[in-house]
Design a protein around this ligand. Structure first.
Ligand SMILES: [Zn+2]
Ligand SMILES: [Zn+2]
Length: 397
């Protein structure tokens, strides 16, 4: 058994206690006061004293080996909870009404504390520095990652690793998933105000019809995947919100609708946006309505650096033993602001998936009020993160 898995096993019970404490006291994005205080206290209790809070509720700490010489690798966990009322029935369920750690960031936080403890214990053997980033507000746009990059948390960093848990079938518990290249989608919103004049239903030739224009726009967006984007690439687009009209015999004066676009590359994303604006102009021209488009750029797509992915594939079996690495043949279809640490800096990164099983008979996925995982997965997650950080510093990856 590797030293990392051995150490992770020896602190596992403590890490479970920390996870349950955080799970009982979830805090939504930007309000992680208790959580960040707990992180600082725990780090201090381990003897890690280089601790900073670049924003009010984030925590960044450093474990310095080799007298500060050598490279720096950063490990990131997100710490925020979601506005969901927990329905898991777990004995350590949320004690805060309407707030729940339904994205497993309680696990991420507890695991990164565990990895920090392991690496601090081994600091005399580290040929470089490990920076621990406990990020606020991942699940609330615009996300905390951008803030932290602007505050300089990536300054001097050579590579970044992250890990997101995922409820899975129980036989996968503790198996790390990775894939080189595109790994999560970008997430953008497009809002449309379609403005007419309103009119009597008996005189359609006298008033432009925003509802018809909305229907045309919804239809034309079906061309995004079928005609605009290369069939080998992916765009995910739906119109998920629509409001308009007054009565069955009145021509509406306006419609407001909102859609959601996701892509794995910035080229596809930009091409889709160009078409969305072009389609709006075309519908404006044929409908006689004014069509205003508001583009809200959300998270970038995550791209797993090829060299880092190779390193992960090489060392995870050494750290965790055989059978604990899965190379996914497909990327994930969610979004993560983990992407910004690389897209805003050019520093390579890799995001892994910690397959985490589930409690009870049914599998409920992330962001569900009944979502659960097997805590045992944390043992493998924290060992992998600690071991990979040390492997990066020791290798010439
Ligand atoms: Zn989430
Ligand atoms: Zn998450």
């Amino acid at each position: 058994m590797s030293i990392y898995l051995e150490k992770a096993s020896s602190i596992y019970e403590q890490v479970v206690d920390i996870r349950r404490d955080i799970h009982r006291h979830p805090e939504p994005g930007g309000n992680e006061k208790r959580t960040s205080a707990l992180i600082r206290e725990t780090l201090k209790s381990y003897g890690i004293d280089k601790i900073d809070s670049p924003t009010p509720t984030s925590v960044v700490a450093e474990i310095v080996g080799n007298n500060g010489k050598g490279r720096t690798v950063a490990l990131r966990a997100d710490i925020d909870a979601l506005p969901i009322n927990e329905e898991t029935g777990l004995p350590f369920s949320s004690e805060i009404d309407g707030v729940m750690h339904a994205c497993g960031h309680d696990l991420h936080t507890a695991m990164l504390l565990g990895s920090g403890k392991i690496l601090h214990d081994l600091r005399n053997e580290l040929p470089g520095t490990v920076r621990l980033i406990f990020q606020h507000s991942e699940d609330t746009m615009p996300g905390g990652a951008k803030d932290l990059v602007q505050k300089g948390v990536m300054d001097g960093v050579d590579a970044l690793l992250g890990m997101h848990n995922l409820p899975t079938e129980n036989d996968k518990t503790g198996v790390i998933g990775i894939r080189p290249g595109p790994f999560t989608t970008s997430a953008d919103e497009y809002w449309f105000n379609i403005i007419g004049t309103g009119g009597h239903g008996s005189a359609p030739h006298k008033a432009p019809d925003p509802i018809l224009a909305a229907a045309q726009l919804i239809n034309v967006f079906q061309q995004l995947q079928s005609r605009i984007i290369d069939p080998m690439d992916t765009i995910i687009y739906q119109m998920n919100k629509i409001d308009g009209g007054h009565a069955a015999n009145i021509i509406a004066d306006r419609v407001r609708m909102g859609g959601n676009a996701r892509a794995y590359t910035s080229e596809t994303r930009d091409k889709a946006e160009e078409f969305i604006f072009r389609a709006a102009k075309a519908v404006e021209s044929i409908s006689g309505c004014t069509v205003e488009v508001e583009a809200i750029r959300g998270y970038d797509a995550c791209f797993n650096d090829f060299k880092l992915t190779e390193m992960i594939k090489k060392y995870v079996p050494e750290i965790l033993g055989e059978g604990r690495l899965e190379v996914f043949d497909r990327p994930m279809n969610f979004s993560e602001d983990f992407s910004f640490y690389s897209t805003l800096t050019g520093i390579p990164s890799a995001l892994m998936i910690l397959q985490a099983g589930h409690e009870g008979d049914n599998l409920y996925t992330l962001h569900n009020a009944k979502c659960t995982v097997k805590e045992e997965a944390m043992k493998y997650g924290m060992a992998a993160m600690a071991g990979l950080a040390a492997s990066f510093l020791n290798s010439n990856c």
